[in-house]
Design a protein around this ligand. Structure first.
Ligand SMILES: [Zn+2]
Length: 512
């Protein structure tokens, strides 16, 4: 089965922020999980370069927009690498392959009779690059930028979005999974019921942008340009192998603020072009910044590279995905980040790992053989299977928090098994050798399960676990299915450095 996942493409007018990183980390975790589940995954990210804000920023830096974007591409790629995000392709909307796809989409919509020329008057937020209706403003201000929009009037090409209301409604009803989470779906159904208005799809060109076919002096405006990246990266309009293999997308992961463009304009554009529709638009919540007592000596405390450097990329990833249910807003707070690292990672998982491997080394020189068939001594193998089912069920619903909660049930069960069976007492009793063998082996097996279950969220730590567990299969070849069938006859573990050293909050936070 193929699985195609995309993120929103970012404006490169500023460096990525923890909130931008949150989306990429979420998508990367889903992509890694799907690979683990045996799917043929294609994960796309990229940059939305044809923005007036990008052009403006480039000129402020004394650069041509193209040269500025080339530089920012490096900045973004480096940031994503620093948080262990690995994509299959990185599309830039200034690329020739993208330009061709945009022209093809415009031509298809035109052939369907969905484009017309008109004059547009309205309130325009320059930062959003979007017109607002009076009723959508808050106290007369753009709800996102809290700035007063300016009155603007221009001759543009329009897309007949108004004629797609019934079709979109039918789509939402036949496919309740099309917009997730459900709260977003309900908001959009209400919007469609109010009646959709046609949208402007071109604007006066400054020379930066894809020229609007058949309308000199106009450039293709946001929707037909940016949204089309999901197709152009696959080789559209050519009928490539990649396109055949991955279109339609399984999930477009986007921020809640742009969910409506993806769930309303994008499917209408695809219907107009006669192309199949994606399965799901998932609108995630925002990362709200609460810098709190974070020491300013750290530098920019909302730069993902700085946070990853200070706390570890995988610890940051764990915190972002564990803290709130996926889809809701989260507050990024350093005290909570440090608290989670110490409690869940250093204490629960890290300690379990360290204790188990140290005992295996001390009592059995690190070599453990599988016990004979029959019921387990600790109940951990049975618990592990149950946890894998819960984990899969959660992850398949994009409940990334639920997947981690499930894995931590096994962490708790294994910690309880150590306390209950007291291997240090068994080691002193000559007639309980077999029992100790089983307890240690079952604990190490639980850790092997955990290594696989945490690998989508914490790929680097999972590889470190594999090294100490003596598990030589490269992580790209790990599979959830074979995990269940591959209990080794014997293992040799090698305890090493602690996975998650405890953090002292005083090293990071200013005094209260
Ligand atoms: Zn705005």
């Amino acid at each position: 089965m193929s699985f195609y996942i995309t993120c929103a493409i970012d404006y490169p007018n500023s460096r990525p922020h923890v909130g931008t990183a949150y989306e990429k980390i979420s998508a990367d975790t889903i992509a890694r999980y799907k690979r683990l589940a045996g799917e043929d995954v294609f994960f796309l990210m990229g940059l939305d370069e044809h923005s007036q804000n990008v052009e403006k920023r480039a000129h402020e830096e004394g650069l041509e927009p193209a040269a500025f974007c080339d530089r920012m591409e490096g900045v973004f790629r480096e940031a994503w690498k620093s948080v262990n995000v690995e994509y299959d392709d990185f599309i830039r909307t200034t690329e020739e392959r993208h330009h061709r796809a945009v022209v093809a989409m415009v031509e298809r919509a035109n052939a369907s009779g969905d484009l017309y020329e008109g004059s547009y008057k309205g309130l325009y937020c320059v930062s959003c690059e979007a017109y607002y209706l009076e009723r959508d403003l808050e106290d007369g201000l753009c709800p996102i930028h809290k700035k007063e929009p300016a009155w603007r009037e221009e001759d543009n090409v329009f897309f007949r979005l108004s004629s797609y209301g019934d079709k979109l409604k039918a789509l939402y009803e036949e496919h309740p999974e099309f917009v997730q989470p459900a709260t977003r779906r309900n908001e959009l159904l209400a919007l469609i019921d109010e009646g959709l208005e046609d949208v402007s799809v071109s604007r006066a060109s400054s020379g930066w942008g894809v020229p609007m076919p058949g309308h000199s002096g106009q450039a293709v405006y946001v929707w037909f340009d940016a949204l089309t990246n999901y197709l152009s990266a696959l080789g559209f309009p050519d009928d490539t192998d990649r396109y055949q293999r991955y279109w339609p997308a399984d999930v477009h992961l986007v921020g809640k603020d742009i969910t409506r463009f993806h769930a309303v304009i994008w499917p209408a554009m695809l219907m107009s072009a006669g192309l199949p529709l994606p399965a799901t638009i998932f609108g995630h919540g925002w990362v709200l910044t609460a810098e709190g007592r974070m020491s300013k000596s750290m530098g920019n405390v909302m730069d993902p590279m700085v946070v990853a450097e200070q706390f570890g990329a995988d610890s940051l990833r764990y915190f972002l995905l564990r803290e709130v249910r996926f889809g809701r807003d989260m507050e990024f707070d350093y005290e909570r980040l440090i608290g989670r690292i110490n409690a869940d990672l250093a204490n629960d998982l890290g300690n379990l790992f360290q204790r188990t491997l140290t005992m295996a080394k001390k009592y059995r020189d690190g070599v453990l053989a599988a016990p004979g068939a029959g019921a387990s001594v600790t109940g951990l193998p049975e618990k592990a299977r149950e946890v894998v089912d819960t984990y899969r069920e959660a992850m398949d619903r994009y409940d990334l928090q639920g997947g981690l909660v499930a894995a931590w049930e096994l962490v708790s069960a294994a910690n309880l098994a150590i306390d209950g069976h007291k291997p240090w007492e068994l080691a002193r009793e000559d007639d309980r050798t077999a029992e100790l063998d089983s307890v240690l082996y079952e604990l190490v097996e639980a850790l092997r399960y955990l290594m696989v279950l945490v690998s989508p969220t914490m790929p680097e730590k999972a590889r470190a676990m594999a090294g100490q567990l003596g598990w030589s299969l490269p992580s790209e070849e790990w599979m959830l299915d074979s995990l269940l069938e591959s209990a080794p006859e014997s293992v040799q573990v090698n305890p090493g450095d602690p996975l998650f050293p405890r953090l002292d909050p005083d090293d990071f936070l200013d005094p209260a």
